[in-house]
Design a protein around this ligand. Structure first.
Ligand code: HEC
Ligand code: HEC
Length: 283
């Protein structure tokens, strides 16, 4: 029966393999839109194969959760948690009560495409969403200084990214002169939950304003570490300065009041004199 065996190996076997491969791997390659959506909306909290950030590493999601569950969760994490879903409750307590935000504009189709993308990327040797692997060496005063120079623009970013000060202020830099387009970054280090998440954030800023300016002009590893060092330093400084700032305002207030009193006093003294002097002179 050699023909049968040939038939098996040349036609049926490949067909069979294609069949099972198709069942495991999503058929359509992910669209550029889906990739971009993940990059902007998910990548700041999730890597695929690069370890946990604010949220879990999504590598192998399809082995943990089926598509239907993932679609529901991605669309509205809080609703799934509130429904008493035991997996979501366990996940939320593992992430110390941090619940994934409900992102607007995700319908079932998009959520399904994201699930497929995560599955496809999970199967790759190295996912494009592994994230930057930045050293976790201790940060020092030289890093803070370098970060300050980069932030202010006295030192240029290697790939030509714009200086942060054009849009941001931070404790100790900028003050009233810092840019106003972006938020004050004094609390960013604690708000974005520390070094690892901030590194991921800076490697690919998900901000709609920053993203187009930094794409193709990414900060390199040393620059990221320097900026992180600056933001960490500013977070500590911000707490220490909060008290002295309110004191400054009170003192400034008292000073302004005193100055106004003097000014009014001078202004009114002349008017009083102008009334009183003729009276006195007459009397
Ligand atoms: C602000 C951070 C943040 C963003 C942005 C975010 N997530 Fe999450 N995600 C989390 C956290 C935290 C958890 C785990 C805690 C929980 O249950 O909410 C989580 C859990 C998940 C899970 C379950 C993971 C598992 O291992 O079972 C999936 C799936 C998921 N996210 C997908 C996404 C997708 C897709 C996006 C983008 C559309 C996204 N997330 C955006 C923070 C985030
Ligand atoms: C063109 C203006 C612009 C420049 C330049 C810019 N940013 Fe931003 N940044 C923004 C805006 C606007 C936001 C707020 C999010 C949004 O609306 O996109 C933001 C948000 C942030 C956040 C998140 C803050 C938070 O609390 O969520 C961080 C961190 C940040 N920027 C860091 C930087 C650093 C570091 C640089 C310099 C390398 C920089 N930015 C340069 C405009 C800018």
């Amino acid at each position: 029966m050699p023909q049968v065996r040939t038939l098996l190996s040349t036609i049926l076997l490949p067909l069979l393999l294609v069949g099972t491969a198709a069942a495991r791997v999503p058929q359509d390659p992910p669209s550029e839109e889906t990739i971009q959506f993940f990059k902007v909306n998910c990548f700041s909290c999730h890597t695929i194969g690069g370890g946990a950030l604010t949220g879990p590493d999504l590598k192998g999601l399809h082995e943990r959760r089926d598509r239907e569950w993932a679609v529901r969760f991605i669309r509205d994490p809080k609703a799934v948690l509130d429904s008493g879903d035991p997996y979501a409750s366990a996940l939320a307590s593992e992430y110390r009560g941090v619940v994934m935000p409900t992102l607007p504009g995700i319908d079932a189709t998009l959520a399904g495409k994201l699930y497929d993308l995560i599955q496809l990327e999970s199967g790759l040797e190295k996912s494009r969403f592994e994230g930057v692997q930045v050293s976790d060496r201790p940060l020092n005063a030289a890093d803070v200084e370098k970060g300050r120079a980069l932030f202010q623009g006295s030192k240029a970013f290697t790939a030509g990214a714009p200086a942060c000060i054009s849009c941001h202020a931070i404790a100790g830099i900028g003050g009233l002169g810092g840019g106003k387009l972006g938020p004050d970054l004094t609390a960013a280090y604690s708000r974005l939950e520390g070094r690892k998440a901030l590194v991921a954030w800076l490697a690919a800023p998900p901000s709609p304003v920053m993203q187009p300016l930094f794409t193709g002009h990414e900060l390199n590893e040393d620059e990221i570490l320097a900026v992180v060092a600056l933001l960490k330093d500013a977070a500590g400084r911000g707490e220490r300065e909060a008290d002295s700032t309110s004191l400054t305002f009170i003192l400034l207030g008292i000073g302004v009041c005193a100055a106004l009193l003097v000014v009014f006093d001078l202004a009114w003294r002349n008017r009083f004199r102008a009334v009183r002097r003729p009276l006195v002179a007459r009397g």
